[in-house]
Write a protein that binds this ligand. Structure first.
Ligand code: SF4
Length: 280
């Protein structure tokens, strides 16, 4: 049994919140550059140039990439041979979010109650997903989620009689409805299977997968490509000014489901689809 003091968790979460908001993953930057090269519209190309300038400025000036620094979504894969000491784990995670958003001068966007709407003042609490895995280490992924894109996300409880074409059309239609709201070029996380809440979780997880990495099952990799091609025919373009590069990548995650169901969820990510990870 390995003991980990929760102060290490707090420090790690703090650093990840700051890093994720200032520096995009390398593969996401490369994907944006490829999108810029492929964009046919001159206005769309100039939007890509602005996006790339903004990424450089954020890193050099240690500023957030976007003013919406998001709600902190934290995924923790905890080895079953780990024993946390020194305090409560969830409190430690939230202390890390609080410190990261305060010391990193990141916008605090969380309200304590959805109807009363009073800002908590430190961007807590985080949305925390915990999974127990084999081993004695802990993997932490921090994925700050802006709500311009989150608000455009949808879930549908389909039935097994649905065709693949209908699944593709549903996902593409979610993107058509979203239009310029999620700050395109977008990244789309799709969850297929599970039950209602697992399906939404899968779509969020999918947004944390490298955009250059296709689903290992050819069936789903083909679906990813098919959806991507169709979204890019919508003509929404970078920031909605028209163009050929509306979507940079489609990532699908699938899971076993019930014989009577086929849930499909679409988590829309913007051009600032951020995440940073660490292992302790
Ligand atoms: S959708 Fe993304 S790019 Fe647009 S404001 Fe929100 S975080 Fe920023």
């Amino acid at each position: 049994m390995r003991e980990i003091d929760v102060s290490v968790v707090t420090q790690t979460v703090k650093e990840l919140c700051i890093k994720a908001n200032r520096v995009l993953p390398q593969d996401m930057c490369e994907c944006i550059k490829r999108g810029a090269a492929a964009e046919k519209s001159p206005v769309g190309k100039s939007v890509f140039d602005d996006i790339l300038d903004n990424l450089k400025a954020a890193e050099q000036e240690t500023l957030p990439i976007c003013q919406d620094t998001g709600m902190a979504v934290i995924f923790m894969d905890i080895g079953q041979d780990v024993h946390f000491v020194g305090g409560d784990l969830e409190e430690a995670v939230n202390a890390g979010v609080s410190a990261g958003y305060t010391d990193g001068l990141l916008r605090k966007s969380v309200v304590s109650d959805p109807l009363e709407r009073v800002n908590t003042g430190d961007n807590t609490p985080a949305v925390l997903h915990i999974r127990i895995v084999a081993g004695e280490s802990v993997k932490i992924v921090c994925a700050p989620k802006g709500f311009g894109s989150e608000n455009m996300s949808q879930l549908k409880m389909m039935t097994p009689s649905v065709t693949r074409e209908e699944i593709v059309d549903y996902v593409v239609n979610v993107c058509a409805q979203a239009g310029s709201n999620p700050c395109p070029p977008i990244v789309i996380g799709v969850g297929i299977g599970g039950d209602f809440e697992k399906c939404a979780y899968l779509a969020k997880k999918a947004l944390c997968r490298p955009v250059s990495q296709r689903n290992p099952k050819p069936l789903y990799a083909e679906l990813e490509q098919q959806i991507l091609d169709k979204i890019n025919k919508l003509g929404i373009g970078p920031q909605g000014f028209g163009g050929t590069q509306t979507c940079l990548a489609v990532n699908i995650e699938q899971a076993p489901t019930h014989i009577a169901g086929l849930p499909v969820s679409v988590n829309v990510g913007c051009h600032v689809t951020r995440h940073a990870e660490a292992e302790i």
